[in-house]
Design a protein around this ligand. Structure first.
Ligand SMILES: [Zn+2]
Length: 60
């Protein structure tokens, strides 16, 4: 088995995203913040940064 690269939401840094339209490979939806779009992050460190900033804003 190939290890799957984790993907993260570019808006909130959550790994809880899904590929919504299989015919259109580039559309993703985030279950946490509702983001939809073609951009996902595969860099875990960057995702963590985004996540921290997002949670700061949300918890205010
Ligand atoms: Zn999100």
């Amino acid at each position: 088995m190939k290890p799957l690269k984790r993907k993260y939401c570019p808006n909130c840094g959550s790994p809880n995203i899904k590929w919504v339209i299989p015919q259109m490979w580039s559309v993703w939806e985030c279950n946490e913040c509702g983001y939809t779009g073609p951009i996902v992050i595969e860099d875990e460190e960057l995702a963590e940064e985004i996540r921290k900033n997002y949670l700061k804003i949300v918890r205010k």
